[in-house]
Each structure stands twice: as structure tokens, then as C-alpha cells.
Ligand binder design. Structure first.
Ligand SMILES: [Zn+2]
Length: 161
């Protein structure tokens, strides 16, 4: 795989997100399709905090293919709509970090989508780590309230990369 030119990528022996998707480690997968998955993070930094990732191991935004990027942003928008309906927050933050200098902690491309906290914004300090049972409950609430199935994307002809 082509690596980015200048970014310092976090180094860890195994990719946590790949382990979650393979089932090697337990985690709450809100939904997935062939290209993207939405995970409920155990570190909730907002009210309803979901991660949208490509299923393929892609280190940063710079290595993603065009069809993955399109699927990711479609899913980010659907997650945001679901968070809006389910949690009714006055703001929804979307953020994404590339390289350790940008505070990327896991070397697998991910977008954060989170409803804002009471008082505004999201929490970038230490937050309590929820159990998977607790994040499963958050996923159930989001699935039940989502205006459309989050990972059911319309099939489109593949675009050239
Ligand atoms: Zn990975």
C-alpha cells in the first residue's frame, strides 16, 4: 500500500479497528457493509459518539480510494442524521485526525461524529471507558431512531480511481 509522504503514523502491533471488525476483540459495530462500518466508541466524547471507518485497513485519509471516501462521507451524514433524531443535540461535531502530530491514536482511518455535550462542544480530556454492554445500548437507540438504515447505501456504479 502506498504510504503518505510526511505523516507520522501511530505504531502498534495490531490494528484495534481491524480486530473489532474481524471479531478478534469485542466492540459495538453499529452497522457495516462491504466498504464502511460504524462503531460506537467506548470513549464517548459527546452525546452519541460514533466512528465511521473503511472496512479495508487504510492508515489515513491520504490512502483512501475515491469510492471509499464517498461511502465514508455518505455514512458520516447518515450517522449525523441519526444522532440528530435520537439525541436532539444543538450541535453535531465531525472530526478526523491524520498522523500522531494531529493526535491520531489508531492507525486506521476514522471519522468521529458526536452530538455536543451539555454546555457545548465535545470532551477531549480523559473520559470514562464504557463497557461494551453500554455501547451496545447506545447502538440500539441509534438503530431504533435512525431515519434510514445507516449502512444501507444505494448501489452506484464504481467510479474510476
Ligand atoms: Zn485496521
Amino acid at each position: 500500500m502506498k504510504e503518505s509522504e510526511g505523516l507520522d503514523i501511530p505504531t502498534e502491533n495490531r490494528c484495534s479497528f481491524c480486530d473489532y471488525l474481524s471479531g478478534a476483540r469485542l466492540y459495538t459495530v453499529l452497522c457495516r457493509n462491504e466498504q464502511v462500518a460504524a462503531l460506537v466508541t467506548r470513549e464517548q466524547r459527546g452525546v452519541g459518539h460514533v466512528l465511521v471507518i473503511p472496512v479495508r485497513h487504510v492508515p489515513t485519509l491520504l490512502e483512501a480510494k475515491q469510492d471509499e471516501l464517498h461511502a465514508i462521507i455518505d455514512t458520516v451524514a447518515r450517522v449525523a442524521s441519526a444522532i440528530d433524531v435520537v439525541f436532539g443535540r444543538p450541535g453535531i461535531a465531525v472530526w478526523q485526525n491524520n498522523g500522531t502530530a494531529a493526535h491520531q491514536a489508531i492507525p486506521h482511518l476514522h471519522f468521529h461524529v458526536a452530538g455536543t455535550l451539555p454546555g457545548g462542544g465535545t470532551d477531549f480530556d480523559d473520559v470514562p471507558e464504557l463497557s461494551v454492554a453500554e455501547t451496545d445500548e447506545i447502538a440500539d437507540r441509534i438503530r431504533a431512531g435512525a431515519p434510514s438504515p445507516i449502512c444501507d447505501l444505494p448501489s452506484k456504479p464504481a467510479l474510476p480511481n
